[in-house]
Design a protein around this ligand. Structure first.
Ligand SMILES: Nc1ncnc2c1ncn2[C@@H]1O[C@H](COP(=O)(O)OP(=O)(O)OP(=O)(O)O)[C@@H](O)[C@H]1O
Length: 816
């Protein structure tokens, strides 16, 4: 068992805005510290009557310039190592909205180098698996989102969510031993890094598609990406099961500013109630002698129960914004971290016996023992001894009898046929030459009766080892039988338990569906064999592509304009350029790899591994990593020829040089160089493939986001245009049917918390200048013939506006 307090780190988000006075010190022996200096008269938000300086201690503080790679190395890698060793691990990011939690846990949406902890940990784990042949690893992934106390499975491939409610709901069940089970959370198998990354991308895409501008789930939901790892030594019945939770918590800000730093905040001040419950759990855990910990108050604290004060090695990253206006929230975050640091966890090595494997192993052992026993008793060997065997026995017996050493033994093995034959031989000899037998080799000339002493010693030497062996084997058989009975009864008991729990659940939920447990992953493994392939992600994308294809001409025109000035367009274009570059590099490397391949003859059949590059630009192309034995075939041939030549010279009497042959030396160096170059090219190609996959995903995401933003903006604009039209005709702000005006974008905006970053992400990207103009200028909507169909009319209006806008831009006057 490893006792450890929760490790806390702080990360400062980079900003171009005015920052508060703060300092980072990582020189201290016991860790790092982060200090804020807050002037008493600070007008902008934080008013502090008591103190000016706030200093917080962390394991380490990462300032704004620290890269994702360093965060992974310092924070995530040690946790991943513990998980590989069989301990549970959790990394959670906590901080206000926009402070960089998603950036740190999952990664940024723009650059490959911005990959966050999840993709890097996946890479690290799968690399480890491929290098460690002493263990067999199996991984499963689950991805849970908790929004408003409801859990959603982000990886369920049967669903095409258009909003969050379409995703399967995950519920919590607790068994009598208070273990938490998550019903409906799928565990997806992931055999390699690519499959695991696809699952991450699928979950992220589902998360993005499912949220609406009114309901910004990403800011207000918690996401738990879990890697379930199972490892065992080949042939061993001992399993190690560990879990790694990577948690992106909801924004932690309070609704109102407290006025005075350090006041205990009330429930109402939290945007997200479950974070308030998290704080309650943390507070309870950090208090000594507190017996009741209120885990059950919220779904998130129930799911993370083990990570908080339980069987887990947990790490928290406090995300800190040092912008002046965010200083109060950042101080709250740091205070929270200080309390978290007091929580002690007790991590256990999660080892268990696999009863079914144990039984099959014991059965095998019994079979071996039975065979041995049969050999000893000779039961199963009814066949005659061969002539050869008989001759060998006679020879052995002769050597045995001739040996004067009284301790020498006759090794016939556990074969009763041989032993019997040996006895018959002895009997014959005894009758024929009793004296010779009695006296051994040195008594050939003696005479006399057969003495009882040698007979008893022969009996002893024959009886004892066989009997002893027999008894030993019988004992072992009884022992193994007992073990099997125990294990079978264990299995039966487990089975009964599962049946009982299922029955309880069925009663509880009114359904017969079996439990999806977070701990019994073997059941889950069987049920959830769905391959999360590219197809499932592409299915999501296809939906948006379909939307694109269905755009009417007016919408299409508007979309084109919207796209050119959308803030993500630059990223999209940049990514396209980078992707092109990477494709070109990969092509170049592919050519090099192929050249190396063509130097290998005959074409290797036992290829160590291969890389398939399924890119449209390059076609489906396979590149092979050539095993060392096949590398540098031509050079090796030359080397062999050279060696033969040198040997021949020696045979012909030419003085072979005692110094090393420079030609051979050169050839050997060339071979080494070729091997090195080939390997590094292949490694680079492999790295590039991962990078290209990632970039393609980012690109796809940006495209989906763009289409989604446009869709949102379009819906709002269409509603607003219709409203304007109705207002003009009725002279009121209400629609003709009396329904209230649809919300304007500013009223939508006001519903959200006053935070620029979040507001930017919560709103669909503001329309372009041109589109804004579209909404405010142009022909009077009353002059446009409308069909009466809401959607068609909205399309007509938007089309005319877009057209007008284009005409205005190109300087052509609009025909009234
Ligand atoms: N260390 C960083 N370097 C560069 N950009 C960053 C960094 N941290 C955050 N960002 C950027 O800041 C913005 C907000 O970050 P992010 O979405 O990760 O915040 P968050 O805390 O997850 O917010 P929310 O609570 O709404 O989910 C993003 O555009 C992100 O790319």
């Amino acid at each position: 068992m490893v006792k450890q307090t929760i490790q806390i780190f702080a990360r400062v988000k980079p900003t171009k805005k005015t920052t508060a006075v703060y300092s980072v010190d990582n020189e201290e022996q016991s860790g790092g510290s982060l200090e804020f200096v807050v002037p008493r008269d600070l007008a902008d938000g934080f008013i502090n009557n008591k103190r000016e300086s706030y200093r917080f201690r962390f394991q380490k503080v990462f300032d704004h310039n620290i890269k994702q790679e360093e965060i992974f190395e310092a924070i995530a890698k040690p946790v991943a190592d513990n998980v590989l060793a069989g301990y549970n691990g959790t990394i959670f990011a906590y901080g206000q909205t926009g402070s960089g939690k998603t950036f740190t846990i999952t990664g940024g949406a723009e650059r490959y180098s911005d990959r966050g902890i999840i993709p890097r940990i996946l890479s690290y784990l799968y690399q480890h698996f491929s290098h460690d042949s002493s263990m067999v690893y199996t991984t499963h992934i689950s991805y849970l989102e908790i929004y408003n106390e409801v859990g959603y499975d982000l990886l369920d491939p049967r669903h095409e969510p258009s909003n969050l409610e379409d995703l399967p709901k995950v519920t919590i069940m607790e068994d009598p031993e208070q273990n938490i089970h998550l019903k409906n959370l799928s565990l997806q198998p992931s055999a390699n890094e690519e499959e695991a990354l696809n699952l991450l991308f699928l979950g992220d895409t589902n998360r993005m598609i499912a949220e609406t501008p009114m309901n910004q789930a990403s800011t207000r939901s918690h996401c738990i990406f879990t890697i379930h790892l199972c490892s065992r030594e080949p042939g061993s019945a001992t399993l190690r099961r560990s879990k790694l939770h990577l948690v992106d918590l909801a924004g932690s800000e309070r609704v109102g500013k407290t006025g005075v730093g350090g006041l205990i905040l009330t429930e109402a001040k939290y945007i997200n109630l479950s974070l308030h419950y998290l704080e309650q759990v943390i507070t309870a855990l950090s208090e000594k002698n507190r017996s009741h910990i209120p885990y059950r108050n919220s779904m998130m604290t129930s799911v993370l129960r083990d990570s908080l004060g339980g069987n887990c090695m947990t790490t928290m990253i406090a995300m800190v914004s040092v912008e002046k206006r965010n200083v109060d929230e950042s101080i709250s975050t740091c205070r929270f971290a200080q309390r978290v640091a007091m929580i002690k966890n007790e991590a256990l090595l999660n080892e268990e016996l696999d009863p079914s494997l144990m039984i099959s192993r014991l059965k095998k052992e019994i079979q071996c023992l039975k065979e041995e026993l049969a050999l000893v008793t000779g039961e199963q060997r009814s066949d005659e001894l061969t002539q050869e065997e008989i001759q060998r026995i006679e020879h052995q017996l002769k050597v045995f009898l001739d040996d004067p050493d009284p301790d020498v033994t006759l090794e016939l093995g556990p074969d009763m046929r041989k032993i019997r034959h040996c006895f018959s031989l002895l009997k014959v000899r005894l009758r024929e030459k009793p004296v010779e037998l009695r006296m051994g080799n040195g008594a050939q000339n003696g005479a006399g009766d057969f003495s009882p002493l040698p007979l008893s010693s022969i009996r002893d030497s024959l009886d004892s080892p066989a009997n002893r062996e027999l008894l030993k084997l019988k004992d072992m058989l009884t022992q193994r039988d007992n073990e099997i009975s125990i294990l079978v009864s264990m299995l039966k008991k487990e089975k009964r338990k599962v049946q009982e729990t299922n029955a309880q659940l069925a009663k509880f939920s009114g359904s017969q569906s079996p439990l999806q447990t977070s701990s019994s992953s073997t059941d889950a493994e069987k049920r959830l064999k769905h391959e999360a392939s590219d197809d499932s992600i592409h299915a999501e994308h296809a939906k948006y592509k379909r939307n694109g294809a269905e755009l009417s001409m007016g919408r299409h025109e508007a979309f084109e304009i919207f796209k050119t000035e959308h803030e993500d367009n630059i990223t999209l274009e940049d990514n396209k350029v980078i992707l092109k570059q990477r494709f070109a590099e990969a092509k170049e490397l592919g050519v090099q790899v192929n050249q190396a391949k063509s130097r290998v003859k005959p074409y290797p059949a036992d290829l160590a591994m291969d890389i398939t590059l399924p890119w449209t630009e390059m076609g489906q192309q396979k590149y092979y990593l050539i095993s060392e034995s096949h590398m540098s075939y031509e050079l090796k041939k030359q080397l062999d020829t050279r060696r033969m030549q040198m040997a021949a010279q020696g045979v012909l009497g030419n003085q072979p040089s005692t110094e090393s042959d420079p030609v051979e030396e050169r050839l050997r160096n060339q071979i080494e160089e070729e091997k090195k170059q080939y390997k590094s090219t292949f490694e680079r190609l492999k790295g590039l493939k991962t990078e290209i996959d990632h970039l393609q995903h980012l690109h796809q995401r940006s495209k989906i986001k763009l289409q989604k933003d446009f869709q949102d903006w379009w819906t709002q604009e269409a509603a607003r245009l219709q409203q304007d039209q109705r207002s003009e005709s009725t002279g009121t702000g209400r629609s003709q049917d009396g329904s209230p005006s649809p919300p304007s974008s500013s009223s939508l905006h006001d519903r959200h918390i006053d935070n620029q970053d979040r507001a930017r992400r919560q709103q669909p990207t503001p329309p372009t200048k041109e589109l804004r103009a579209l909404s405010s200028t142009g022909p009077s909507s009353t002059s446009i013939p409308l069909t009466g169909d809401q959607q068609t009319d909205a399309d007509i209006l938007a089309f005319i506006k877009a057209r007008q806008n284009l005409l205005t831009r190109t300087g052509i006057s609009f025909p009234h």
